[in-house]
Design a protein around this ligand. Structure first.
Ligand code: IDP
Length: 140
């Protein structure tokens, strides 16, 4: 298994409840290393671009409003098969379906305010990392 990178967001519901450290510890305990991290206030345009794949979904406008409702922490994570390791510890999109011990089962408030984002493929990880980080901001 190769060491790869993925992209993570600690979402506004989690930063509002001061869970940045708790969620980062769960990511680290899952074998992931934070090689870039910054706390930002996303603009509406940034959030719309990030979630463009969902632009036809009924929840799109609410999702964009939620993602700009407060600060987020964007991170690049590195580890063995990082996309899978991150998605495993994050848990299912809907916290009602998420396994015990996952970030979303532990912290998510709803299917929308579900505390964390993680890329779903190596290809999307590369696109999402480049959307928020310059190469020199990533220090492995
Ligand atoms: P993922 O974040 O688990 O990969 P996606 O299907 O890519 O799930 O959805 C992106 C985000 O959109 C979710 O994390 C969640 O915040 C929001 N979302 C997904 N499905 C719904 C829904 O049915 N209602 C409201 N928000 C949703």
């Amino acid at each position: 298994m190769a060491v790869t990178r993925t992209f993570s967001i600690i979402k506004p519901d989690a930063t509002r409840r001061n869970l940045t450290g708790a969620i980062t510890k769960m990511l680290e305990d899952a074998g992931l290393r934070v090689v870039a991290s910054k706390r930002i206030q996303m603009t509406k345009e940034q959030a719309e671009g990030f979630y463009a794949v969902h632009s036809e979904r009924p929840f799109f406008n609410d999702l964009v409003s939620f993602m700009i409702s407060g600060p987020v922490v964007v991170q690049v994570l590195e580890g063995e098969d990082a996309v899978k390791a991150n998605r495993d510890v994050m848990g299912a999109t809907n916290p009602a379906d998420a396994a015990e011990g996952t970030i979303r089962k532990t912290f998510a408030e709803s299917i929308e305010a579900n505390s964390a984002h993680g890329s779903d493929s190596d290809e999307n990880a590369a696109i999402e990392i480049a959307y928020f980080f310059k190469p020199e901001e990533i220090v492995g």
